[in-house]
Design a protein. Structure first.
Length: 86
């Protein structure tokens, strides 16, 4: 397991989590309490071997996230429930 908590950047959080998980990132599921509005994090997760992403969704860019996940053959689940609030 790798955790990239309390980062201002979703990308940095994922990079930390993947680095901490090491080889265990391969074939793992990534979960987030905040949505992924930009495709770079999804592509990075795919390169690390992540096979599925669970996130709350709710971004105006959710369709883009779905498109990128589909291109990388990642399953993506939207919970519709956000735990992180500003």
């Amino acid at each position: 397991m790798g955790i990239g908590a309390a980062q201002a950047s979703r990308q940095v959080a994922v990079e930390i989590a993947v680095r901490r998980a090491g080889d265990r990132a391969r074939l793992a599921v990534m979960a987030s309490d905040a949505y992924f509005p930009f495709p770079d994090v999804i592509a990075y997760a795919a390169q690390a071997g992540i096979t599925a992403i669970i996130q709350p969704g709710g971004s105006i860019r959710d369709e883009t996230a779905i498109d990128v996940a589909d291109r990388h053959h990642l399953a993506m689940v939207f919970t519709g429930r956000r735990h992180f609030h500003h």
